[in-house]
Write a protein that binds this ligand. Structure first.
Ligand SMILES: [Zn+2]
Length: 202
């Protein structure tokens, strides 16, 4: 499998190619105003990058990706425990990025709910932040459906660029025979994965 660095490069290059294509598509086929077409294509390109770099399919193992979340790395721990590595739930084209997005939204909602609950236990009566947050997102989605679609599509293409690269290397290994086996050996330590007992964090 390509390393995290190779995946980043693929994400950036495909994002750079996709954004102007999306702009043309929005102009010519959806007939959006140039300004809206620009906003939508930037949302699409931005989501592509965020999805590939921060929400990478390889979040299903303890990889270089989860380190990018810094002190928030633990957000992805339950995900890592639940999702089998490189299977359908993490490496499919549409379901897996949407699952990560939904998972992240659920975590943020849960955290907001916990803050409200804790403040309640301390005798405060805070506003229902979790519900306000959900209402704010729902409002954004309803007010800007085209931009929302651009974001969702970009989020899926960012993940797909990763999955397709993984597939190509796997298929390439098979097609290329002995050269492929050499490649596979080189990628055995992909994503700087290290066994749990050798990790410094623990
Ligand atoms: Zn992968």
């Amino acid at each position: 499998m390509p390393s995290a660095r190779a995946h980043d490069l693929i994400t950036v290059l495909s994002g750079a190619a996709l954004t102007p294509l999306a702009y043309r598509f929005y102009l010519d086929h959806i007939q959006l105003e140039p300004n809206t077409a620009l906003t939508c294509s930037l949302w699409l390109g931005g989501a592509h990058l965020v999805s590939g770099i921060m929400f990478s399919p390889d979040l299903d193992i303890d990889s270089a990706i989860d380190n990018r979340w810094g002190i928030f790395f633990w957000i992805w721990r339950p995900y890592m425990w639940l999702i089998p590595h490189r299977a359908f739930w993490s490496h499919s084209l549409i379901i897996s990025p949407l699952l990560r997005l939904g998972y992240f939204a659920a975590v943020v909602y849960g955290l907001a709910w916990m803050v409200v609950w804790l403040l309640g236990q301390l005798g405060f009566t805070p506003p229902a932040y979790h519900r306000e947050l959900a209402a704010w997102v729902a409002g954004l989605v309803t007010a800007h459906p085209t931009q929302t679609w651009a974001f969702v599509i970009g989020f899926c293409t960012g993940s797909a660029a990763h999955t397709v690269a993984d597939w190509l290397v796997t298929k390439g290994n098979w097609l290329l025979g002995s050269y492929g086996r050499r490649l596979r050996r080189r990628y055995r330590n992909h994503d700087q994965w290290i066994p749990r007992h050798e990790r410094q964090r623990w």
